[in-house]
Design a protein around this ligand. Structure first.
Ligand SMILES: [Zn+2]
Length: 264
């Protein structure tokens, strides 16, 4: 099954549009305490929704966020999304780009700090994700993740709903609600990650999947590389298709039923 992903030309236009966006409003201290209020969404391009081809029972809309100076080339983003679609074809989940957005913020925003290294929500995460639409999904492109652990640190993260149950990073019910409503569904990728990282992180973020030990699986994590032809299995697909609201059933194609909306 091959799906038309979306118009690459739209993305290219959006990226050229943003080339003149103002980059800096102010500097921040490394603890991020001055991030709040210093970040806004600049130019934004809403992509007209593509028709979902026959054969896909579910779909996911992605918002793409580009931080100044750190966007991969449009053709690289397009290639990563095409590869992600190829891997999601087995799950019959169609990916659409809903919007492309320029993030206006201090340069240090591009040095993303994730909750995994802060033992709790970071100022980066709170400041940025307070701007994203509720219960949306997408990808944020930054320079790198976690300046605290150096240049070669972790380069990508996928905020899956399961982290709420499996970690103690979310300390209060307010944090848990913030995560559920604004962060879950998003992947953050550093500039140096390979194209195959996108689908692994979307596996966490969109499909809500955990790591596995099988190298032939997209969700393998370990010191060894994943197999080139790694894929999802049907059990993972089923879980992903039920991960509403980030993955939605296509109306009138009742191939799968969504899980009830979690309580807010
Ligand atoms: Zn992972």
């Amino acid at each position: 099954m091959t799906g038309k992903v979306w118009g690459t030309s739209c993305l290219l236009a959006a990226i050229l549009l943003g080339a003149t966006a103002t980059a800096t409003r102010g500097e921040v201290v490394p603890d991020g305490s001055r991030l709040a209020g210093n970040i806004s969404i600049g130019k934004s391009l809403r992509i007209p929704p593509a028709d979902i081809p026959d054969g896909y029972g579910s779909f996911a809309d992605l918002n793409i966020y580009l931080t100044s100076g750190n966007s991969p080339q449009p053709d690289r983003i397009a290639a990563a999304l095409r590869l992600a679609q190829k891997k999601l074809d087995v799950c019959r989940i169609f990916l659409r780009v809903h919007s492309v957005n320029y993030v206006v913020g201090p340069p240090l925003l591009s040095e993303w700090e994730s909750m995994e290294f802060n033992n709790g929500l970071s100022p980066w995460e709170r400041a940025f994700f307070s701007l994203t639409p509720r219960r949306s999904a997408g990808v944020v492109f930054v320079k790198r993740l976690d300046w605290t652990i150096g240049r070669d640190g972790i380069t990508a993260v996928g905020y899956g709903g399961y982290l709420e149950e499996e970690t103690d990073y979310l300390k209060t019910s307010r944090d848990r609600l913030f995560y559920r409503n604004h962060m879950a569904g998003y992947a953050v990728l550093g500039r140096s990650v390979g194209e195959s990282s996108l689908i692994h992180e979307l596996g966490h973020a969109l499909l809500g999947l955990r790591h596995v030990k099988d190298r032939s699986n997209v969700m393998f994590s370990g010191l060894l590389a994943r197999d080139d032809d790694s894929g999802f299995n049907e059990r993972q697909c089923a879980r992903g298709r039920a991960n509403y609201p980030w993955v939605r059933p296509v109306p009138d194609r009742q191939m799968v039923s969504a899980r009830p909306f979690p309580p807010e």
